[in-house]
Design a protein around this ligand. Structure first.
Ligand code: IMP
Ligand code: MG
Length: 170
């Protein structure tokens, strides 16, 4: 199995800095409740948080799609948030938006808990694969329909620690 680099570490870090700057300006001194979607967004979320110049709280949630029911878009919560999001400015941080089903479900789940605001920040957007209407407010890279790994993203739980984003070539 060979891995080809698609986006370099330097390019990722540069883009994260730019998005963090935009977030810093738009939240203008407010406390952000960063909701990191495990496991994939963990690497991105910590790098992003370090570059945001306003106070950031962390919450984590782990979700998975029900196996074999991709078409129904049913999502299961494996690990739930541990504090209230009511009245908070929630920034959901995700590794990649593909069909959009996961975040569309998650967005409604959080909105039902009455946050003050809710925005989505993703490292990667694959808009050509979307089956629901969902657009992130912040996005570092847009890519074509490719399966990618690294910078938190996995292939059967492997390769999450790669410092760059790659594609598997056989
Ligand atoms: P969605 O519900 O189809 O948007 O799926 C999003 C989730 O699928 C992401 O949070 C990832 O965990 C996973 N995923 C989608 N595309 C890729 C990919 O190219 N590489 C690794 N994981 C992916
Ligand atoms: Mg994920």
């Amino acid at each position: 199995m060979e891995i080809k680099e698609l986006i370099s570490r330097e390019k990722i870090e540069r883009s994260i800095k730019e998005v963090a700057k935009q977030i810093t300006e738009e939240y203008n001194g407010k406390t952000i409740l960063m909701l990191c979607v495990l496991k994939g967004a963990s690497v991105f979320a910590t790098e992003l948080a370090k570059n945001i110049e306003t106070n950031v709280r962390f919450e984590f949630i782990e979700v998975s799609s029900y196996v074999g029911t991709e078409s129904t878009g049913k999502i299961k919560i494996n690990k739930d948030i541990s504090s209230s999001v009511e009245g908070m400015d929630v920034l959901v941080v995700e590794d990649i938006i593909d069909t959009g089903r996961t975040l569309s479900y998650l967005k409604q789940y959080i909105l039902d808990k009455n946050p003050k605001s809710l925005k989505i920040c993703t490292l990667i957007d694959k808009p050509s694969r979307r089956v629901v209407d969902l657009k992130p407010e912040y996005n570092c890279f847009e890519i074509e329909d490719k399966f990618i790994i690294g910078y938190g993203m996995d292939y059967n739980e492997d390769y999450r620690n790669l410092p760059y984003i790659g594609v598997i070539e056989n």
